[in-house]
Design a binder for this molecule. Structure first.
Ligand SMILES: Cc1cc2nc3c(=O)[nH]c(=O)nc-3n(C[C@H](O)[C@H](O)[C@H](O)COP(=O)(O)OP(=O)(O)OC[C@H]3O[C@@H](n4cnc5c(N)ncnc54)[C@H](O)[C@@H]3O)c2cc1C
Length: 413
Protein backbone atom coordinates (compact mmCIF):
# COMPACT_ATOMS: atom_id res chain seq x y z
CA UNK A 1 0.00 0.00 0.00
CA UNK A 2 1.27 3.53 -0.81
CA UNK A 3 1.86 5.94 2.06
CA UNK A 4 -1.32 6.68 3.94
CA UNK A 5 -2.04 10.39 3.84
CA UNK A 6 -3.40 12.09 6.93
CA UNK A 7 -6.20 13.92 5.12
CA UNK A 8 -7.61 13.94 1.60
CA UNK A 9 -10.23 16.50 0.55
CA UNK A 10 -12.20 15.73 -2.61
CA UNK A 11 -13.66 18.75 -4.40
CA UNK A 12 -11.95 22.14 -4.47
CA UNK A 13 -15.00 24.38 -4.51
CA UNK A 14 -15.54 26.87 -1.67
CA UNK A 15 -16.36 24.17 0.90
CA UNK A 16 -13.40 21.93 0.02
CA UNK A 17 -11.00 24.89 -0.04
CA UNK A 18 -12.17 26.11 3.35
CA UNK A 19 -11.93 22.58 4.80
CA UNK A 20 -8.42 22.04 3.40
CA UNK A 21 -7.16 25.46 4.52
CA UNK A 22 -8.58 25.00 8.03
CA UNK A 23 -6.85 21.63 8.44
CA UNK A 24 -3.58 22.81 6.87
CA UNK A 25 -3.54 25.87 9.15
CA UNK A 26 -3.47 23.35 12.03
CA UNK A 27 -0.33 21.74 10.65
CA UNK A 28 -1.99 18.81 8.86
CA UNK A 29 -0.64 17.71 5.48
CA UNK A 30 -3.57 17.96 3.10
CA UNK A 31 -4.07 16.50 -0.37
CA UNK A 32 -6.77 18.22 -2.43
CA UNK A 33 -8.24 16.26 -5.34
CA UNK A 34 -10.26 18.17 -7.95
CA UNK A 35 -11.90 16.84 -11.10
CA UNK A 36 -11.81 20.19 -12.93
CA UNK A 37 -8.74 22.03 -14.10
CA UNK A 38 -8.83 24.85 -11.60
CA UNK A 39 -9.52 25.44 -7.92
CA UNK A 40 -12.49 27.41 -6.63
CA UNK A 41 -15.23 25.86 -8.76
CA UNK A 42 -18.17 28.19 -9.20
CA UNK A 43 -16.78 31.06 -7.14
CA UNK A 44 -16.00 33.38 -10.11
CA UNK A 45 -19.61 33.32 -11.36
CA UNK A 46 -21.33 33.80 -8.01
CA UNK A 47 -23.40 36.89 -7.30
CA UNK A 48 -23.45 37.87 -10.99
CA UNK A 49 -19.66 37.87 -10.96
CA UNK A 50 -19.50 40.03 -7.82
CA UNK A 51 -19.36 37.15 -5.32
CA UNK A 52 -22.07 37.52 -2.68
CA UNK A 53 -20.07 35.53 -0.13
CA UNK A 54 -22.10 36.06 3.04
CA UNK A 55 -24.88 38.00 4.72
CA UNK A 56 -24.88 39.93 7.99
CA UNK A 57 -28.19 38.26 8.96
CA UNK A 58 -27.36 34.56 9.28
CA UNK A 59 -30.56 33.58 11.04
CA UNK A 60 -31.37 29.87 10.79
CA UNK A 61 -34.65 30.77 9.06
CA UNK A 62 -32.63 31.48 5.90
CA UNK A 63 -31.68 27.81 5.64
CA UNK A 64 -33.61 24.70 4.60
CA UNK A 65 -32.92 21.10 5.50
CA UNK A 66 -34.95 18.04 6.37
CA UNK A 67 -33.40 18.52 9.85
CA UNK A 68 -34.06 22.26 10.17
CA UNK A 69 -31.75 22.86 13.17
CA UNK A 70 -28.74 21.14 11.58
CA UNK A 71 -26.91 24.26 10.24
CA UNK A 72 -27.07 26.07 13.60
CA UNK A 73 -23.87 24.70 15.18
CA UNK A 74 -21.80 25.57 12.09
CA UNK A 75 -23.32 29.06 11.80
CA UNK A 76 -22.66 29.68 15.51
CA UNK A 77 -19.06 28.55 15.36
CA UNK A 78 -18.16 30.09 12.00
CA UNK A 79 -20.71 32.89 11.52
CA UNK A 80 -20.39 36.28 9.90
CA UNK A 81 -17.79 37.66 12.33
CA UNK A 82 -15.36 34.77 11.84
CA UNK A 83 -16.03 34.75 8.10
CA UNK A 84 -15.16 38.44 7.91
CA UNK A 85 -12.02 37.91 10.01
CA UNK A 86 -10.96 35.02 7.80
CA UNK A 87 -11.35 36.95 4.55
CA UNK A 88 -9.70 40.06 5.94
CA UNK A 89 -6.79 37.93 7.20
CA UNK A 90 -6.20 36.56 3.70
CA UNK A 91 -6.37 40.07 2.25
CA UNK A 92 -9.95 40.45 1.00
CA UNK A 93 -11.69 43.63 2.04
CA UNK A 94 -15.46 43.30 2.25
CA UNK A 95 -18.42 45.60 1.79
CA UNK A 96 -22.06 45.13 2.74
CA UNK A 97 -24.91 46.40 0.59
CA UNK A 98 -28.20 47.83 1.88
CA UNK A 99 -29.83 44.41 1.92
CA UNK A 100 -27.10 43.01 4.23
CA UNK A 101 -25.44 41.06 1.41
CA UNK A 102 -21.66 40.87 1.75
CA UNK A 103 -19.29 41.11 -1.23
CA UNK A 104 -15.58 41.53 -1.79
CA UNK A 105 -14.79 45.24 -1.96
CA UNK A 106 -13.24 44.63 -5.40
CA UNK A 107 -16.74 43.64 -6.63
CA UNK A 108 -15.07 40.72 -8.41
CA UNK A 109 -15.89 37.18 -7.33
CA UNK A 110 -12.69 36.04 -9.01
CA UNK A 111 -10.69 37.86 -6.33
CA UNK A 112 -12.16 35.49 -3.69
CA UNK A 113 -11.00 32.53 -5.74
CA UNK A 114 -7.53 33.99 -6.36
CA UNK A 115 -6.84 34.81 -2.73
CA UNK A 116 -8.09 31.41 -1.56
CA UNK A 117 -5.78 29.74 -4.06
CA UNK A 118 -2.90 31.90 -2.76
CA UNK A 119 -3.65 30.46 0.70
CA UNK A 120 -3.51 26.94 -0.72
CA UNK A 121 0.03 27.72 -1.93
CA UNK A 122 1.05 29.51 1.28
CA UNK A 123 0.04 26.46 3.33
CA UNK A 124 1.73 24.02 0.91
CA UNK A 125 -1.43 22.05 0.27
CA UNK A 126 -0.76 19.39 -2.33
CA UNK A 127 -3.20 19.67 -5.24
CA UNK A 128 -4.04 17.29 -8.07
CA UNK A 129 -6.50 18.61 -10.65
CA UNK A 130 -8.09 16.83 -13.61
CA UNK A 131 -8.50 13.59 -11.63
CA UNK A 132 -11.08 10.92 -12.40
CA UNK A 133 -12.04 9.02 -9.25
CA UNK A 134 -13.50 5.60 -10.01
CA UNK A 135 -14.38 4.41 -6.54
CA UNK A 136 -13.92 5.09 -2.86
CA UNK A 137 -13.60 2.08 -0.57
CA UNK A 138 -12.35 1.20 2.88
CA UNK A 139 -9.58 -1.16 3.92
CA UNK A 140 -10.00 -1.42 7.68
CA UNK A 141 -10.03 2.15 8.93
CA UNK A 142 -8.20 3.48 5.83
CA UNK A 143 -9.94 5.11 2.87
CA UNK A 144 -8.87 3.89 -0.56
CA UNK A 145 -9.42 6.27 -3.47
CA UNK A 146 -9.18 4.53 -6.83
CA UNK A 147 -8.36 6.84 -9.73
CA UNK A 148 -8.16 6.37 -13.48
CA UNK A 149 -4.57 6.74 -14.84
CA UNK A 150 -3.14 7.30 -11.33
CA UNK A 151 -2.14 4.92 -8.53
CA UNK A 152 -4.71 4.54 -5.75
CA UNK A 153 -4.44 6.98 -2.91
CA UNK A 154 -4.96 6.13 0.77
CA UNK A 155 -6.08 8.37 3.61
CA UNK A 156 -6.75 8.23 7.34
CA UNK A 157 -9.41 10.90 6.98
CA UNK A 158 -11.53 11.95 4.07
CA UNK A 159 -13.64 15.06 3.45
CA UNK A 160 -16.20 14.91 0.64
CA UNK A 161 -16.91 18.40 -0.71
CA UNK A 162 -18.01 17.63 -4.26
CA UNK A 163 -21.14 19.83 -4.18
CA UNK A 164 -24.58 18.89 -5.48
CA UNK A 165 -26.16 18.73 -8.92
CA UNK A 166 -26.71 22.44 -9.65
CA UNK A 167 -24.87 23.91 -12.63
CA UNK A 168 -23.21 20.80 -14.14
CA UNK A 169 -21.59 23.06 -16.75
CA UNK A 170 -19.57 24.50 -13.84
CA UNK A 171 -18.40 21.13 -12.50
CA UNK A 172 -21.32 19.59 -10.56
CA UNK A 173 -21.33 15.81 -10.93
CA UNK A 174 -23.27 14.31 -8.03
CA UNK A 175 -20.39 11.79 -7.68
CA UNK A 176 -20.07 12.50 -3.97
CA UNK A 177 -23.66 11.30 -3.46
CA UNK A 178 -22.81 8.00 -5.14
CA UNK A 179 -19.67 7.42 -3.06
CA UNK A 180 -21.42 8.33 0.19
CA UNK A 181 -24.31 5.99 -0.58
CA UNK A 182 -21.83 3.19 -1.36
CA UNK A 183 -20.27 3.84 2.05
CA UNK A 184 -23.69 3.43 3.73
CA UNK A 185 -25.22 6.93 3.69
CA UNK A 186 -28.72 7.92 2.57
CA UNK A 187 -29.76 10.65 0.20
CA UNK A 188 -32.65 13.12 0.50
CA UNK A 189 -33.86 13.34 -3.12
CA UNK A 190 -32.15 16.30 -4.81
CA UNK A 191 -34.22 19.03 -6.55
CA UNK A 192 -33.10 22.22 -8.26
CA UNK A 193 -33.50 25.34 -6.08
CA UNK A 194 -32.84 29.03 -6.74
CA UNK A 195 -33.95 28.22 -10.25
CA UNK A 196 -36.00 29.80 -13.02
CA UNK A 197 -39.62 28.65 -13.42
CA UNK A 198 -41.40 27.78 -16.65
CA UNK A 199 -44.97 28.40 -17.78
CA UNK A 200 -46.94 27.31 -20.80
CA UNK A 201 -48.92 30.58 -20.89
CA UNK A 202 -49.03 31.92 -24.47
CA UNK A 203 -47.33 35.22 -25.42
CA UNK A 204 -44.69 35.04 -22.62
CA UNK A 205 -42.04 35.21 -25.34
CA UNK A 206 -43.13 38.84 -25.88
CA UNK A 207 -41.56 39.68 -22.53
CA UNK A 208 -38.20 37.94 -23.03
CA UNK A 209 -35.39 39.75 -21.13
CA UNK A 210 -37.76 42.35 -19.65
CA UNK A 211 -36.67 43.10 -16.09
CA UNK A 212 -39.03 44.67 -13.54
CA UNK A 213 -37.19 46.19 -10.60
CA UNK A 214 -39.87 45.50 -8.01
CA UNK A 215 -42.88 43.22 -8.06
CA UNK A 216 -44.81 41.39 -5.38
CA UNK A 217 -45.63 37.74 -5.85
CA UNK A 218 -47.84 35.24 -4.05
CA UNK A 219 -47.40 31.51 -4.45
CA UNK A 220 -50.44 29.21 -4.46
CA UNK A 221 -50.00 25.45 -4.28
CA UNK A 222 -53.17 23.43 -4.85
CA UNK A 223 -55.11 26.71 -4.38
CA UNK A 224 -53.60 27.36 -0.92
CA UNK A 225 -51.51 30.46 -0.27
CA UNK A 226 -47.97 29.20 0.49
CA UNK A 227 -45.63 32.19 0.34
CA UNK A 228 -45.27 35.88 -0.45
CA UNK A 229 -42.14 37.47 -1.84
CA UNK A 230 -40.98 40.67 -3.45
CA UNK A 231 -37.97 41.61 -5.53
CA UNK A 232 -37.02 41.87 -9.15
CA UNK A 233 -38.56 39.78 -11.90
CA UNK A 234 -36.84 38.80 -15.13
CA UNK A 235 -38.75 37.23 -18.01
CA UNK A 236 -37.10 34.42 -19.97
CA UNK A 237 -38.49 32.95 -23.24
CA UNK A 238 -40.76 30.42 -21.55
CA UNK A 239 -40.90 31.56 -17.95
CA UNK A 240 -39.69 33.80 -15.17
CA UNK A 241 -36.58 34.39 -13.09
CA UNK A 242 -35.20 37.04 -10.72
CA UNK A 243 -34.82 37.36 -6.96
CA UNK A 244 -38.58 37.31 -6.28
CA UNK A 245 -38.84 33.98 -8.09
CA UNK A 246 -35.68 32.45 -6.64
CA UNK A 247 -36.99 32.94 -3.13
CA UNK A 248 -39.99 30.68 -3.79
CA UNK A 249 -38.49 28.33 -6.40
CA UNK A 250 -37.57 25.71 -3.81
CA UNK A 251 -41.21 25.37 -2.72
CA UNK A 252 -42.29 25.19 -6.36
CA UNK A 253 -39.69 22.52 -7.13
CA UNK A 254 -40.92 20.31 -4.28
CA UNK A 255 -44.62 20.91 -5.10
CA UNK A 256 -44.17 20.03 -8.77
CA UNK A 257 -42.29 16.86 -7.85
CA UNK A 258 -45.37 15.85 -5.85
CA UNK A 259 -47.69 16.60 -8.77
CA UNK A 260 -49.27 19.64 -7.07
CA UNK A 261 -50.78 22.53 -8.99
CA UNK A 262 -48.66 25.66 -8.77
CA UNK A 263 -49.74 29.20 -9.63
CA UNK A 264 -47.93 32.48 -9.02
CA UNK A 265 -49.94 35.67 -8.63
CA UNK A 266 -47.95 38.74 -9.66
CA UNK A 267 -48.69 42.31 -8.64
CA UNK A 268 -46.98 44.30 -11.39
CA UNK A 269 -47.65 47.64 -9.67
CA UNK A 270 -46.71 47.43 -5.96
CA UNK A 271 -47.51 50.76 -4.32
CA UNK A 272 -50.29 51.47 -6.85
CA UNK A 273 -53.46 49.61 -5.96
CA UNK A 274 -56.50 48.80 -8.04
CA UNK A 275 -58.50 51.85 -6.82
CA UNK A 276 -55.69 54.26 -7.66
CA UNK A 277 -55.33 52.79 -11.13
CA UNK A 278 -59.09 52.90 -11.64
CA UNK A 279 -59.21 56.55 -10.58
CA UNK A 280 -56.34 57.33 -12.94
CA UNK A 281 -58.25 55.60 -15.75
CA UNK A 282 -61.32 57.79 -15.12
CA UNK A 283 -59.17 60.94 -15.01
CA UNK A 284 -57.46 60.04 -18.28
CA UNK A 285 -60.78 59.14 -19.86
CA UNK A 286 -62.04 62.68 -19.16
CA UNK A 287 -58.72 64.31 -20.00
CA UNK A 288 -58.12 62.59 -23.36
CA UNK A 289 -60.77 60.00 -24.32
CA UNK A 290 -59.15 59.35 -27.75
CA UNK A 291 -55.99 58.01 -26.11
CA UNK A 292 -55.40 54.33 -26.95
CA UNK A 293 -55.62 51.71 -24.24
CA UNK A 294 -52.00 50.72 -24.93
CA UNK A 295 -50.82 54.28 -24.37
CA UNK A 296 -52.86 54.59 -21.16
CA UNK A 297 -51.16 51.46 -19.76
CA UNK A 298 -47.74 52.84 -20.67
CA UNK A 299 -48.39 55.59 -18.16
CA UNK A 300 -47.33 53.07 -15.49
CA UNK A 301 -46.15 49.85 -17.20
CA UNK A 302 -43.37 49.08 -19.71
CA UNK A 303 -44.66 48.90 -23.29
CA UNK A 304 -44.02 45.17 -23.75
CA UNK A 305 -45.81 44.32 -20.53
CA UNK A 306 -48.77 46.50 -21.58
CA UNK A 307 -48.91 44.65 -24.90
CA UNK A 308 -48.66 41.28 -23.15
CA UNK A 309 -51.57 42.04 -20.81
CA UNK A 310 -53.81 43.22 -23.66
CA UNK A 311 -52.83 40.31 -25.90
CA UNK A 312 -53.47 37.78 -23.12
CA UNK A 313 -56.92 39.31 -22.53
CA UNK A 314 -57.52 39.49 -26.30
CA UNK A 315 -58.17 43.23 -26.22
CA UNK A 316 -57.36 45.53 -29.14
CA UNK A 317 -54.29 47.75 -28.41
CA UNK A 318 -55.86 50.67 -30.32
CA UNK A 319 -59.19 50.71 -28.53
CA UNK A 320 -59.65 54.29 -27.29
CA UNK A 321 -60.13 54.65 -23.55
CA UNK A 322 -63.31 56.68 -24.06
CA UNK A 323 -64.90 53.52 -25.48
CA UNK A 324 -63.65 51.02 -22.89
CA UNK A 325 -66.46 49.53 -20.81
CA UNK A 326 -66.25 49.38 -17.01
CA UNK A 327 -66.17 45.54 -17.14
CA UNK A 328 -63.22 45.58 -19.53
CA UNK A 329 -61.14 48.07 -17.54
CA UNK A 330 -61.90 46.11 -14.36
CA UNK A 331 -60.56 42.99 -15.97
CA UNK A 332 -57.41 44.74 -17.22
CA UNK A 333 -56.58 46.41 -13.91
CA UNK A 334 -57.25 43.23 -11.93
CA UNK A 335 -54.81 41.39 -14.17
CA UNK A 336 -52.19 44.08 -13.62
CA UNK A 337 -52.47 43.94 -9.85
CA UNK A 338 -53.21 40.19 -9.59
CA UNK A 339 -51.87 38.35 -12.63
CA UNK A 340 -52.21 34.56 -12.31
CA UNK A 341 -49.33 32.71 -13.95
CA UNK A 342 -49.62 28.89 -13.97
CA UNK A 343 -46.23 27.20 -13.50
CA UNK A 344 -45.52 23.89 -15.17
CA UNK A 345 -41.88 23.28 -14.30
CA UNK A 346 -38.48 24.51 -13.25
CA UNK A 347 -35.62 25.04 -15.63
CA UNK A 348 -33.05 22.20 -15.73
CA UNK A 349 -30.12 21.73 -13.33
CA UNK A 350 -28.06 23.85 -15.72
CA UNK A 351 -29.98 26.94 -14.57
CA UNK A 352 -30.18 26.10 -10.85
CA UNK A 353 -27.88 27.91 -8.42
CA UNK A 354 -28.20 25.35 -5.68
CA UNK A 355 -29.40 21.84 -4.83
CA UNK A 356 -32.06 21.19 -2.23
CA UNK A 357 -31.69 17.72 -0.76
CA UNK A 358 -28.44 15.75 -0.66
CA UNK A 359 -26.69 13.58 1.93
CA UNK A 360 -29.10 13.11 4.81
CA UNK A 361 -27.86 15.21 7.72
CA UNK A 362 -29.49 12.83 10.19
CA UNK A 363 -26.39 10.70 9.64
CA UNK A 364 -23.91 13.57 10.15
CA UNK A 365 -22.72 15.20 13.39
CA UNK A 366 -23.67 18.91 13.17
CA UNK A 367 -20.74 19.95 15.44
CA UNK A 368 -18.03 18.28 13.34
CA UNK A 369 -19.63 17.34 9.96
CA UNK A 370 -18.35 13.81 10.62
CA UNK A 371 -20.37 10.87 9.39
CA UNK A 372 -22.24 8.99 12.11
CA UNK A 373 -21.92 5.88 9.93
CA UNK A 374 -18.30 5.89 8.75
CA UNK A 375 -15.77 7.18 11.30
CA UNK A 376 -13.32 9.78 9.95
CA UNK A 377 -15.47 10.56 6.90
CA UNK A 378 -16.57 14.22 6.79
CA UNK A 379 -18.83 16.27 4.53
CA UNK A 380 -18.80 19.96 3.68
CA UNK A 381 -20.95 22.30 1.59
CA UNK A 382 -23.74 21.71 -0.87
CA UNK A 383 -23.30 17.91 -0.88
CA UNK A 384 -25.28 17.92 2.39
CA UNK A 385 -29.04 18.30 2.66
CA UNK A 386 -28.78 22.04 3.49
CA UNK A 387 -29.61 24.90 1.16
CA UNK A 388 -29.92 28.59 1.83
CA UNK A 389 -31.87 31.55 0.53
CA UNK A 390 -30.52 33.79 -2.19
CA UNK A 391 -28.26 36.45 -0.61
CA UNK A 392 -24.91 34.86 0.31
CA UNK A 393 -26.34 32.01 2.39
CA UNK A 394 -25.05 29.15 0.27
CA UNK A 395 -21.45 30.32 0.14
CA UNK A 396 -21.69 30.97 3.87
CA UNK A 397 -22.80 27.37 4.35
CA UNK A 398 -19.76 26.25 2.34
CA UNK A 399 -17.43 28.37 4.57
CA UNK A 400 -19.08 27.35 7.87
CA UNK A 401 -19.42 23.62 7.19
CA UNK A 402 -15.99 23.53 5.52
CA UNK A 403 -14.43 25.15 8.57
CA UNK A 404 -16.03 22.62 10.95
CA UNK A 405 -15.08 19.63 8.80
CA UNK A 406 -11.46 20.82 8.38
CA UNK A 407 -11.10 21.58 12.07
CA UNK A 408 -12.56 18.24 13.22
CA UNK A 409 -10.63 16.20 10.64
CA UNK A 410 -7.38 17.80 11.83
CA UNK A 411 -7.90 16.69 15.43
CA UNK A 412 -6.06 13.71 16.90
CA UNK A 413 -4.51 12.48 13.64
C1 LIG B 1 -24.51 30.89 -11.20
C2 LIG B 1 -24.42 30.71 -9.71
C3 LIG B 1 -24.36 31.83 -8.90
C4 LIG B 1 -24.30 31.67 -7.51
N1 LIG B 1 -24.21 32.79 -6.73
C5 LIG B 1 -24.12 32.65 -5.38
C6 LIG B 1 -23.95 33.79 -4.55
O1 LIG B 1 -23.79 34.92 -5.02
N2 LIG B 1 -23.92 33.60 -3.20
C7 LIG B 1 -24.03 32.36 -2.63
O2 LIG B 1 -24.03 32.25 -1.41
N3 LIG B 1 -24.16 31.25 -3.40
C8 LIG B 1 -24.18 31.37 -4.76
N4 LIG B 1 -24.27 30.26 -5.53
C9 LIG B 1 -24.27 28.92 -4.88
C10 LIG B 1 -22.84 28.54 -4.46
O3 LIG B 1 -21.96 28.78 -5.53
C11 LIG B 1 -22.78 27.06 -4.06
O4 LIG B 1 -23.73 26.80 -3.07
C12 LIG B 1 -21.37 26.73 -3.55
O5 LIG B 1 -20.44 26.89 -4.59
C13 LIG B 1 -21.31 25.31 -3.02
O6 LIG B 1 -19.97 25.04 -2.65
P1 LIG B 1 -19.39 23.56 -2.60
O7 LIG B 1 -17.92 23.70 -2.44
O8 LIG B 1 -20.16 22.76 -1.65
O9 LIG B 1 -19.72 22.94 -4.04
P2 LIG B 1 -19.23 23.38 -5.48
O10 LIG B 1 -19.03 24.84 -5.56
O11 LIG B 1 -20.17 22.75 -6.43
O12 LIG B 1 -17.78 22.71 -5.61
C14 LIG B 1 -17.64 21.32 -5.74
C15 LIG B 1 -16.29 21.02 -6.34
O13 LIG B 1 -16.15 19.61 -6.43
C16 LIG B 1 -15.64 19.26 -7.69
N5 LIG B 1 -16.06 17.90 -8.03
C17 LIG B 1 -17.30 17.47 -8.42
N6 LIG B 1 -17.26 16.16 -8.70
C18 LIG B 1 -15.99 15.75 -8.47
C19 LIG B 1 -15.34 14.50 -8.60
N7 LIG B 1 -15.97 13.42 -9.06
N8 LIG B 1 -14.02 14.43 -8.28
C20 LIG B 1 -13.33 15.53 -7.83
N9 LIG B 1 -13.91 16.75 -7.74
C21 LIG B 1 -15.22 16.85 -8.03
C22 LIG B 1 -16.21 20.33 -8.62
O14 LIG B 1 -15.47 20.42 -9.82
C23 LIG B 1 -16.11 21.57 -7.74
O15 LIG B 1 -14.86 22.20 -7.87
C24 LIG B 1 -24.32 30.37 -6.93
C25 LIG B 1 -24.35 29.25 -7.75
C26 LIG B 1 -24.40 29.42 -9.13
C27 LIG B 1 -24.44 28.19 -10.02
Amino acid sequence: MNTIRPLVVIGAGPAGLMAGLTAAERGIKVLLLERGNHLGGKIPVTGDGKGNLSNIDLDLSHYNSSSPGFPLAALREFGFKKTREFFEKIGIKLYTDQGGRVYPYSQEAASIQKLLVAEVHRLNIEVITGIDIQKIGKIGSTFEILMKHLPSCYAHRLILATGGLAAPQLGATGDGYRWAVQLGHHLEPPFPALVQLTSFLPHLGLLDKLKLAKVEITLFIDDKLKANASGDLLFIPCGISGTAIFSISRLVSLALAQGQQTVIMINFTPGLNYQELFQSFNEQKNYYPQKSLLLFLQGFLPERLSQFILKTLRIDFDLTIGLVSEGKINNILKNITNFYLPINGTQSWKYAQVTCGGISVKEVNPETMESRIVPHLYFAGEILDVDGDCGGYNLQWAWSSGYLAGKAAAQNI
